[in-house]
Design a protein around this ligand. Structure first.
Ligand SMILES: Nc1ccn([C@@H]2O[C@H](COP(=O)(O)OP(=O)(O)OP(=O)(O)O)[C@@H](O)[C@H]2O)c(=O)n1
Ligand SMILES: C[C@](O)(CO)[C@H](O)COP(=O)(O)O
Length: 257
């Protein structure tokens, strides 16, 4: 599905406001989950995991359009999901990259026609329970900061480990828990900031990244990376059993409404 070639413009009825694109990253094949199909296509309460994520951003009034970066072999399947679900804000379904980082870069490439002041929310397709409050607060925080991560405090003590000379894993340090957070998505950026970060990152042969805020922190250190509260329910469907957890969380949410 081709991207709308229209040049960057404020959304109709919202003059002066930056355009907000949500990019749903779905280029992974789900090695840890196992199974024949990528985990973003697994069923969760009558919809695929990826459709929950797409629907959450389509329903958010702050979001103008949604692009999906999907494993190339399954693009047609996602296009059908989008059409059948009537997710009208989806402007493109494009191939992801070989790594999550490459998929983030593909999302930025797809937004080359947007202005540096426009906004992008990069979201794991496999976080289907992202809620409206989180999306709204992420976009609102981008009014003050060029990069915004969503995170929750750690209930567990988190330790750094290393290998002892005999090969056993041993604790190297115990960072103060009160300052530790577990990062989630969406992670939101002014396009100019995240473009600069990835331009520098891609020139670094030692690039290793597990999230996009980390890329900004490392390669644009002058930029503040703001952290806003996430939600414990915004889990990443990663391992066998996580679908059942997501179903239980979804039932609890539906019951609370
Ligand atoms: N090449 C990749 C790898 C990952 N992702 C996406 O990044 C999110 C978080 O990644 P992860 O949970 O690691 O997904 P997989 O890479 O599919 O899982 P695994 O590491 O177990 O293979 C997922 O929505 C996944 O589809 C992506 O867009 N492109
Ligand atoms: C971006 C992320 O979800 C933040 O917690 C996480 O780092 C993705 O890691 P993955 O190994 O690609 O699932």
């Amino acid at each position: 599905m081709p991207l709308d070639p229209a040049p960057s413009a404020p959304a109709p009825g919202r003059p002066g406001r930056p355009h907000v694109t949500a990019a749903v990253l779905a280029g992974g094949v789900g090695v840890r989950m196992g199974g024949p199909r990528p985990k973003q296509l697994l069923a969760l309460d009558g919809r695929s995991v990826i459709e929950h994520s797409i629907a959450a951003f389509c329903a958010a009034p702050e979001v103008d359009d949604v692009i999906v970066l999907m494993v190339a072999d399954h693009i047609a399947e996602v296009e059908k999901i989008v059409a059948a679900g009537g997710h009208a804000k989806v402007s493109a379904v494009l191939p992801g990259g070989a790594t999550r980082t490459a998929t983030s870069v593909a999302a930025l490439d797809a937004l080359a026609h947007r202005d540096d002041g426009d906004l992008v929310l990069l979201h794991d397709a496999v976080r289907p329970l992202v809620d409206r409050r989180t999306i709204a607060e992420c976009v609102a925080a981008l009014g003050e900061a060029g990069a915004v991560g969503v995170a929750v405090p750690s209930a567990d003590t988190v330790v750094e480990v290393t290998q002892a000379p005999g090969g056993a894993e041993v604790i190297r340090s115990v960072p103060p828990r009160s300052r530790l957070r577990r990062m989630q998505t969406p992670q939101g950026f002014r396009l100019g900031v995240v473009r600069l970060a990835y331009a520098r990152a891609l020139a670094d042969p030692g690039l290793v990244a597990t999230d996009d805020c980390g890329v900004v922190l490392r390669y644009v250190p002058e930029e503040e990376v703001r952290v806003i509260p996430g939600a414990e329910s915004n889990i990443k469907v990663t391992n066998p059993g996580d679908i059942e957890v997501a179903e239980a969380l979804l039932r609890r949410r539906t019951g609370a409404e």
